[in-house]
Design a protein around this ligand. Structure first.
Ligand code: PLP
Length: 316
């Protein structure tokens, strides 16, 4: 059951985003003055300030830049339609809760997404939402949204990725035992995730899959993992301190509508290497097949990958 699915608020139902520019810019930034979660109004546009993306916008005292102290979301936009907005704003709120940040006003963030999504050109784009701890001795929290064109992922969606498994150093119980590690929150501190990608490249691979010290698979540095084992699709349970991916939820919804069985499980690295197929899925790159694990080839299913991406590219 997907969280919050029943309470989806269609974007733009009570609000239509203003058009700030006649010529659509390639990049767009909007500062957001966060309002209380309980604030209820129809139109939050006066809490948004469009920014010049070339001009400085943040204080040097920003905790997001000093400490990576904040949370974020990256939302895929296709031809002006932002996908899975409800799941993303709810995960932003969940991450904020884990990090003891003030609860975001969900409707304000929905409207920020709508505003940003309407201001990027047709094609694939990404809207990022950032909620930061704020400024030392200054206003808190700080919030902004950006929109820009997405990279062209056509080739990797077709050809897939070779992955290496990398030890993340935390066991499956770490999230419960040590909540201050903020596992399961999408925090701005992605330096470790980026280091894992560099290590994967050093080892001749394209991407990484994090594993626990005792060999359970978790997620990729910027994507969720889905395995096909026989006619069943399996993904690591998000309780293990990994992000609950919005794309994985979407893919499951599609697979279930096609009659496939899906489930969450504790999975070992050897189940990845012996899977019938495996994918990394995420909001912007969408579904890419894993074609090799630690140098050993893995079977892939190009037709199903293409089908998943056709579904993921449709308005959701
Ligand atoms: N896991 C991690 C660590 C991520 O950074 C991401 C996305 O950036 C995901 C999983 C996939 O999440 P989503 O499908 O919501 O993009």
């Amino acid at each position: 059951m997907r969280p919050g699915r029943s309470s989806v608020t269609p974007l733009g139902r009570r609000y239509s985003a203003p058009s700030y520019a006649v010529d659509m810019p390639q990049r767009f930034a909007l500062m957001i003055t966060p309002v209380d979660a309980a604030d209820a109004r129809d139109d939050y546009s006066d809490t948004f300030t469009p920014m010049d993306v070339e001009a400085p916008a943040l204080s040097v005292g920003e905790f997001s830049t000093q400490r990576g102290d904040g949370v974020f979301e990256s939302i895929g936009v296709i031809d002006g339609h932002a996908n899975e907005v409800e799941a993303h704003v709810r995960r932003l709120a969940h991450s904020a809760e884990i990090c003891d940040l003030p609860a975001p006003n969900l409707e304000q963030w929905r409207q920020a997404v709508a505003t940003a999504a309407r201001l990027v050109p047709a094609g694939e784009a990404v809207v990022k939402l950032i909620l930061s701890r704020g400024v030392e001795h200054g206003p808190a929290p700080t919030a902004w949204a950006t929109a820009s064109r997405a990279p062209d992922f056509t080739a990797v969606r077709r050809d897939g990725v070779r992955v290496v498994t990398l030890d993340r150093g935390y066991d499956l119980d770490a999230a419960q035992r040590a909540p201050w590690l903020l596992l399961g929150a999408k925090t701005l501190s992605y330096a470790v995730n980026m280091a894992a990608l560099r290590e994967a490249h050093r080892r001749g691979a394209d991407d990484a899959v994090f594993v626990t010290p005792d060999g359970h698979v978790l997620e990729a540095p910027t994507a969720s993992l889905i395995l096909r084992i026989g006619d069943e699709f399996v993904t690591p349970a998000p309780a293990g301190g990994i992000l609950h991916g919005t794309t994985q939820l979407s893919v499951y919804e599609h697979l279930e509508s096609r009659g496939f069985r899906t489930r969450y499980a504790t999975l070992t690295a050897s189940e990845l290497t012996t899977a019938d197929a495996a994918w990394l899925v995420s909001s912007i790159r969408l579904a890419v097949a894993i074609t090799a694990v630690d140098g050993a080839p893995l079977a892939s299913d190009p037709a199903l990958t293409a089908e998943m991406n056709a579904f993921l590219r449709s308005p959701r």
